[in-house]
Design a protein around this ligand. Structure first.
Ligand SMILES: *Cc1c(COP(=O)(O)O)cnc(C)c1O
Length: 827
């Protein structure tokens, strides 16, 4: 086991403080919010574009962590009794520690890279080899500068094979990852266009990725990718290669012929010389091109390992598509289910529990867990660790399924618990009423078939959903953050149900990512957030006077925009102290707020009541922030704001936060960010200025199902008022389970709107009805009832749809009815 005292030599660091007790390094901790006291936990203070771990040292110490690695000696808090190591670069130190851990094990290790398919090839390779091997692999897509060391840290003496993926976004990164992974085998998946931005050319990108393979014994790749093939020839002589090809059969070790492609499977013939010609035919349980290609990479490895062909086919038959995302699904009895039924190893369990702990609190946290496989640990040790994880992640109820977990029930201590020998036994006794208003993580190894459990929870919960991609939301948040100075605060508008996206889920994510303020329109919205555990400061833009006591009770800060409201608030505040206020200044919107002419009086009132009332901020709102034609007007508004705020501050005798800009303003007036900005629509994926159309990721996808498909003979009509007609030729008409009562705008009817079916556009035909609408799918080959149709989302942007019906994206988003279920997904 590595000792903390050996880290200076490994990392080129110096000990600032020696730990009070000798300390083996057992856990690598990076996230201050998840750093709990575990013996041997070392917190690495990393610095990134958004976060600086050094700011949280005291907080982490409070949680009981006693070993620290820092690269910034100034301003360290007192950490009595702790070990503190100062290194030149905390990230490099993390990688050096993982590399030293890796050196302790002699075993074959695959390094996998490429532009696409890394995670799927890694998962499949692990599935296909695991009958023979005890595999340690990267959890999910842990392939970054930080993810790779954490993955490699999971290696232990019982593993017989490592499979790690490595991803890069700029030159210089791969050599660092190679030193951590120390692969003995390499696999290059596919070269695509992802992350082109960081590289000057495709050649440079391939050359950089090849850095992973300079010391492997064998590299697997596809001969048909010319750039990859050329780069493989440049590797040191000691690196042997083993490649497959469809188009250069005589230049590859394995020649592939596609024999047949059906709807859901593909038959391939693989021929190789070894040393005599051998030919095998395999059926892959997929038809799409990327899956076939990913499977061929894996097949090549299995052939090289001389797994018998019949056995390969048996394993292929069990190959499962890889769930790339953890999905949060609304389920019966007001429950939410976090669906992670794909695999269940220890590292994956930790990630899933982190996700569970990050969800807004809705009732208790429940875990349905199968036996944990492939840990390489003795069962006592393993379930002891699982039990500790459950405790630190606040799991209150455990349903254990499987013989091993059942045999170890005594280690789970206080959580409410029940155990079943297998999934069938659980389902046989399943009563919907046993689960109420709880968040349930369903986490099971594949062989347990836990998707049946998720299905049981989801009965009758399908149809129309609004899918909210939380990763896209975070991407957009960071996009705007990067435009702010480090000292500029960020207020995020979560009014109107977070622009339709689901207020507490979004608020919770913003709290996790340390936004500074939230804003809602009405007091009740703020109360709702507080009741779901949101503790960030919240501004309420339009609180009614009868809600002032609620403001106090829930610590919500009102916006005050008129003398009338100000006096009402003061009257209440003199009786009982009330939260600080935000002053709305009207500089040209002419909606709400104090004008410049009101300022003398306002200053007087504030001064006279200084003891009863604190002002937190002053704000104004631009009338035309998104359009250049209003630039002069916007500048006049900003100038007025800058004349007014110093007068307020002088009268108050203290400084207040000053903020003026919405999403569009943040982009267009970087000189006017002041102390804080107010992010709204941009977070939800709409770039309102149109200047950076590709910078944001779409967050929301509105999706429904096709209820029925009919043929409409030429000349006949469909729907109310007989407005939709099959002119000239027969049509295939799909009826969708969404209408204007779900918030799908009636103006989209009769060809104005389009939806996506199988990724292709299909126009509306006839009027939009209350609960349904019809689309013409004549051009969409193979469309069937039961399939999904996308009303907006990737490939069907809100901005385009809004333009078609003469409105703005804001209206489309906020109109989605609350009866439409929200499903939250993350990658
Ligand atoms: C809604 C709102 C915002 C956010 O506007 P976006 O255009 O959605 O970024 C900012 N400030 C105020 C006062 C708002 O009401």
């Amino acid at each position: 086991m590595l000792q903390f005292l050996s880290l200076p030599a490994l990392t080129g660091g110096t000990l600032l403080q020696t730990p009070a007790t000798p300390a083996p390094v057992q856990h690598l901790l990076l996230d201050s919010r998840r750093a709990d006291a575990q013996a041997g936990g070392v917190f690495f203070a990393l610095r990134g574009a958004q976060h600086d771990g050094h700011r949280y040292l005291a907080e982490v110490y409070q949680r009981g962590v006693r070993l620290f690695v820092v690269d910034q000696p100034d301003g360290l808090p007192a950490l009595p009794g702790a070990g503190v190591l100062l290194v030149p670069d905390s990230l490099a130190a993390l990688q050096a520690v993982a590399a030293a851990h890796r050196r302790r094990f002699r075993l074959p290790v695959f390094g996998i890279t490429g532009s696409n398919g890394k995670t799927i090839v890694k998962e499949w390779l692990a599935q296909l080899l695991s009958p023979d091997e005890l595999v340690c692999k990267s959890p999910r897509s842990y392939n970054s500068q930080v993810g790779v060391p954490l993955s490699v840290w999971e290696l232990n003496a019982s593993h017989t094979l490592g499979i790690f993926e490595a991803g890069i976004s700029e030159p210089g990164e791969m050599a660092r990852l190679a030193r951590v992974v120390q692969p003995t085998l390499g696999l290059f998946t596919t070269l695509g266009t992802a992350h082109d931005a960081g590289f000057t050319s495709h050649e440079q990108k391939v050359a950089e990725k090849m850095q992973l393979f300079t010391e492997v014994d064998m590299l697997f790749y596809c001969r048909d990718q010319e750039l990859v093939h050329a780069a493989a020839q440049q590797l040191p002589k000691a690196v042997r290669t083993f490649c497959w090809s469809r188009f250069h059969p005589y230049e590859a070790n394995v020649a592939v012929t596609l024999l047949e492609s059906a709807a859901d499977r593909t038959t391939v013939r693989l021929a190789m010389q070894r040393p005599l010609l051998q030919e095998h035919t395999f059926t892959l349980p997929f038809a799409d091109e990327p899956s076939v290609e990913n499977a061929l990479h894996c097949l090549t490895v299995l052939l090289w390992q001389q797994v018998p062909a019949a056995e390969i086919q048996r394993r292929l038959d069990r190959l499962q598509p890889v769930a790339m995302r953890l999905e949060m699904k609304q389920a019966l009895n007001d429950c939410y289910v976090l669906d992670d039924t794909y695999n269940n190893d220890l590292a994956g369990l930790t990630l899933a529990l982190d996700m569970l702990a990050r969800q807004p609190r809705r009732g208790r946290r429940t875990l349905i867990l199968s036996d944990v496989l492939e840990s390489g640990l003795a069962a006592d040790e393993l379930y002891g660790r699982v039990a500790r994880q459950l405790a630190t992640h606040g799991v209150e109820r455990l349903v254990g399924i499987g013989p091993e977990i059942s045999a170890h029930q005594r280690v789970f201590g206080s959580a409410e618990q029940e155990f079943y020998p297998d999934t069938e036994a659980f389902l046989a006794g399943f009563q919907a009423d046993d689960f109420h208003h709880e968040t349930i993580l369903v986490k099971g190894a594949r062989r347990y078939g836990f998707e049946r459990i998720v299905a049981a929870f989801q009965q009758k919960i399908h149809g129309t959903v609004l899918e909210v991609n939380l990763d896209a939301l975070v991407h957009n948040l960071n996009y705007y953050r990067q435009r702010l100075a480090a000292t500029t605060k960020l207020m995020v508008m979560v009014k109107a149900f977070a622009y339709g996206s689901g207020s507490y889920e979004v608020a919770n994510l913003l709290q996790f990512h340390r936004a500074d303020y939230l804003a809602v329109a009405y007091t009740d919205e703020g109360v709702d957030l507080r009741e779901h555990g949101i503790s960030l400061p919240i501004m309420v833009m339009n609180p009614s006077p009868d809600s002032f006591q609620k403001l106090r009770q829930y610590h919500l800060e009102p916006e005050i925009y008129s003398f009338e409201r100000l006096h009402e608030y003061l009257r209440a505040a003199r009786e009982q102290p009330l939260p600080a206020i935000h002053l709305k200044l009207d500089t040209g919107m002419r909606r709400l707020g104090f004008g410049e002419e009101d300022l003398d009086e306002l200053c007087q009132v504030l001064q006279a009541n200084a003891a009863a009332l604190r002002v937190a901020s002053a704000l104004t709102h631009l009338a035309g922030a998104d359009e250049a034609q209003h630039n002069d007007f916007s500048q006049r508004q900003l100038a007025a704001f800058q004349r007014m705020t110093p007068r307020l501050e002088a009268a108050l005798g203290y400084s207040i936060l000053k903020h003026a800009l919405n999403s569009a303003g943040i982009i267009r007036f970087p000189e006017a960010h002041f102390d804080m900005v107010r992010l709204g629509i941009g977070l939800y994926g709409v770039e309102a200025t149109g200047q950076q159309p590709d910078a944001l990721r779409p967050v929301s996808t509105l999706r429904t199902t096709i209820s029925q498909i009919k043929t409409l003979p030429a000349g006949e009509t469909v729907g109310y008022g007989r407005r939709g007609q099959a002119t000239n030729y027969d049509r295939r008409i799909a009826t969708l389970a969404i209408g204007y009562a779900d918030g799908y705008d009636r103006r989209f009817g009769n060809g104005v709107g389009e939806v996506l079916v199988r990724g292709q556009r299909a126009p509306l035909i006839g009027n939009v009805c209350m609960d349904m609408c019809m689309v013409d799918v004549t051009g969409v080959v193979g469309a069937q009832a039961g399939e999904a149709a996308v009303l907006f989302g990737e490939g069907l942007p809100l901005t385009e749809l809004a333009t078609r019906i003469g409105t703005i994206p804001y209206e489309l988003l906020t109109n989605v009815s609350e009866r439409v279920k929200r499903v939250f997904v993350t990658e």
